[in-house]
Design a protein around this ligand. Structure first.
Ligand code: IMP
Length: 412
């Protein structure tokens, strides 16, 4: 019953989509369990570049079923648009199952995000994800199961229009009923279906969105997303016990990035950060915003490991570091004069954390051509080994370029 969780170990954008797509060649099912269209998972393969917000990356492989579990905030308009874009790339239609318990993101959720000012204050992706999860917790959300009842849908939208204003309910209700008619045979009990697949010995990938440091509880609150982004999200958002998850793959970039506001101890606002941004094309997949860039933060990575208990690490975008005379890594923080390995819960304290750096030798040459560990320059191999040793987790996958073939499987 191999359940494999692929979890962001940083602030999102770790190239999880690419890792999931790579692993899913041998998988039967790929499950999104958290977040919504705030995610932007990029897959580059022979069909072109797919930017996925809701469709699980593994489901681009025929034979791998894509599941949107109940923890996903589902925007039906985004889903339909995404399926149209995949069809335009002449990809086979993904075989999807949508949880009947998943909550819908409705057009007024985006309005609320702007009105409340959270979009600006937190630097959110403006996809209405936070307000949809707020409605869920406030017990006034609309779920996929509700779409089978057109009267309920209309009533729900009229009530929301009275409360929020700024939109006309009936056309939205009609769109939702059309969506229901199109997807009725793909809406069902996702949890049981996943459980059955695992019991039958199938390989199921749980594709995390965002990253551990954006988790609602474990992240840099309040500069976080509104869902459970760690391995614990598998039980939170898919209803599957984490004892079903055999491999927990933490995905980390060989450096660090963050979009939106919030503390980021190793951020480099100078030329080094700019070099990483240009070299890594660090602009948001969902919003196009330039990402904040800095060196690898081992304090944060060890914290992510303590929460997720990674069995492996996938270290991505190693190629971006090529050509630097030296590569810095943060090995500890200094907070109020004291050296520490603690990742503080208080963002004020985290904002005072000064990184303690170690400089490792850089390397030259185009590592994108590497197809095995032995093809990498010695200093690049040393960097990978240093990270594995510092976190105490083997690095089993290394990303050396954007295309799916640019992934080194260095074994478990
Ligand atoms: P929201 O998820 O749109 O509410 O945004 C909350 C915070 O999470 C903001 O800082 C976003 O930039 C960040 N965020 C949300 N999704 C992603 C992602 O997929 N990658 C990186 N950051 C994200």
């Amino acid at each position: 019953m191999p359940g494999i969780a692929v979890i962001g170990a940083q602030w999102g954008d770790e190239a999880k989509g690419k890792v999931v797509h790579f692993l899913a060649r041998d998988a039967d099912m790929c499950v999104r369990f958290n977040g919504g269209p705030n995610a932007g998972h990029t897959v580059e393969d022979d069909h072109g570049t797919a930017r996925l917000h809701l469709v699980p990356a593994g489901a681009l492989h025929p034979g791998c079923r894509g599941v949107l579990a109940h923890g996903v905030a589902l925007d039906p308009w985004v889903l339909e648009q995404e399926l149209a874009e995949l069809a335009a790339q002449r990809r086979p239609e993904p075989d999807l199952l949508l949880s009947e318990r998943a909550h819908l993101i409705l057009p007024h959720h985006r309005l609320i995000e702007e009105q409340e000012g959270t979009a600006g204050r937190l630097g959110t992706t403006r996809r209405g994800v936070g307000p949809a999860y707020e409605d869920r917790a406030a017990r006034r959300g609309l779920r996929l199961a509700d779409l089978a009842d057109p009267d309920l849908v209309r009533e729900h939208l009229h009530e929301a229009a009275r409360r929020v204003g700024g939109f006309t309910p009936d056309p939205i209700a009609s769109e939702l009923i059309r969506f229901q008619n199109r997807f009725a045979d793909r809406i069902g009990d996702a949890r049981s279906t996943i459980e059955q697949a695992l019991a039958a010995g199938k390989t199921v990938i749980f594709e995390g969105a965002q990253g551990t440091l954006l988790d609602l509880d474990f992240g840099t609150y309040p500069y976080v997303t509104s869902s459970s982004t760690t391995v614990h999200g598998v039980s939170w958002g898919a209803g599957i016990h984490t004892d079903r998850v055999e491999r927990v793959i933490g995905v980390a970039k060989a450096y660090t990035t963050r979009v939106g506001e919030g503390p980021f101890p190793t951020e480099d606002r100078g030329p080094a950060g700019e070099r990483l941004r240009q070299g890594g094309a660090e602009f948001g997949a969902t919003t196009g915003r330039p990402r904040r860039c800095g060196w690898l933060d081992l304090v944060a990575l060890r914290y992510a490991h303590r929460i997720n208990r990674f069995t492996e690490l996938a270290l991505t975008k190693l190629d971006v570091l090529s050509g630097l005379p030296e590569v810095r890594v943060c090995v500890a923080y200094r907070i109020d004069g004291a050296r520490t390995d603690r990742f503080p819960a208080s963002i004020r304290e985290l904002a005072r954390a000064e990184p303690v750096y170690e400089a490792l030798p850089g390397w030259r040459g185009d590592v994108r051509k590497a197809r095995s560990l032995a093809d990498l320059p010695a200093a690049a191999r040393h960097y990978v080994a240093f990270v594995a040793d510092a976190v105490g987790v083997p690095v089993t996958l290394i990303g050396v370029g954007p295309h799916e073939v640019d992934t080194l499987n260095v074994g478990r």
